[in-house]
Design a protein around this ligand. Structure first.
Ligand SMILES: C[S@@+](CC[C@H](N)C(=O)[O-])C[C@H]1O[C@@H](n2cnc3c(N)ncnc32)[C@H](O)[C@@H]1O
Length: 198
């Protein structure tokens, strides 16, 4: 696809997402819990039920997964929960400017095991910087995977990261995701945001 066409598509998608945001909650909260790659929404629905005072947003690239997640949210009758069909990076751009992330869950992200595909892993420096730019000071990033090489890579990255520092806090909420139920074991990592630049 020619670059101009790709840019025009991206701009149109961003505008549509901003409109979707505007329609979602008339009065947006200033604090948001975000799940990236939420799949069918099992985890975030249980989380939103257990944390009725938090506004929770799940995002996933796959439309059918978001359709199922939305059905769950509707069935549960939760006003503090919503799901968006979008790329996580574009959603971060589309969120109202005053919104700060307080908790971010990235649970069993696609591991991209082949070396030539590592560039597709979502938890890399550019995305961690973008996420930190939308995170309030002390925001918690909660990462879990069953793919040890990916875990070690993120662990190494966060050990010296400028915007996130690993913390030894307990995992904030347990509820098995679909991919977790298929895994023999998993690794978890928590990191806190230093806060957006002044
Ligand atoms: C391996 S699945 C895990 C789903 C769920 N978290 C679980 O544990 O069952 C990874 C999910 O991340 C989604 N995903 C991948 N890249 C994404 C992106 N850039 N933005 C939003 N979702 C993404 C995929 O569509 C997929 O549903």
């Amino acid at each position: 696809m020619p670059i101009e066409e790709a840019q025009a598509l991206r701009s149109a998608r961003l505008a549509a997402l901003r409109e979707e945001c505007a329609q979602l909650w008339g009065n947006w909260p200033t604090e948001l819990t975000l799940e990236i790659g939420c799949g069918h929404g099992h985890f975030l629905t249980a989380y939103a039920q257990a944390h009725p005072k938090e506004h929770c947003l799940g995002v996933d690239l796959l439309a059918d997964r978001i359709a199922r997640a939305r059905k769950k949210a509707t069935r549960a009758g939760l006003a503090n929960l919503a799901f968006f069909h979008a790329d996580a990076g574009l959603l971060l751009e589309a969120l109202p400017p005053a919104v700060r992330l307080t908790r971010v869950f990235v649970l069993f992200p696609d591991p991209w095991p082949k070396r030539r595909h590592h560039k597709n892993r979502i938890l890399q420096d550019p995305f961690l910087q973008q996420l930190a730019g939308r995170a309030g000071q002390g925001a918690l990033l909660c990462f879990r995977t069953d793919y040890e090489p990916y875990f070690r890579e993120v662990e190494t990255l966060l050990a010296t990261h400028s915007a996130w520092r690993p913390v030894g806090a307990p995992w904030p909420f347990e509820f098995e995701t679909v991919f977790q139920s298929r895994a023999d074991a998993h690794h978890s990592l928590l990191a806190k945001a230093a806060g957006p630049p002044p």
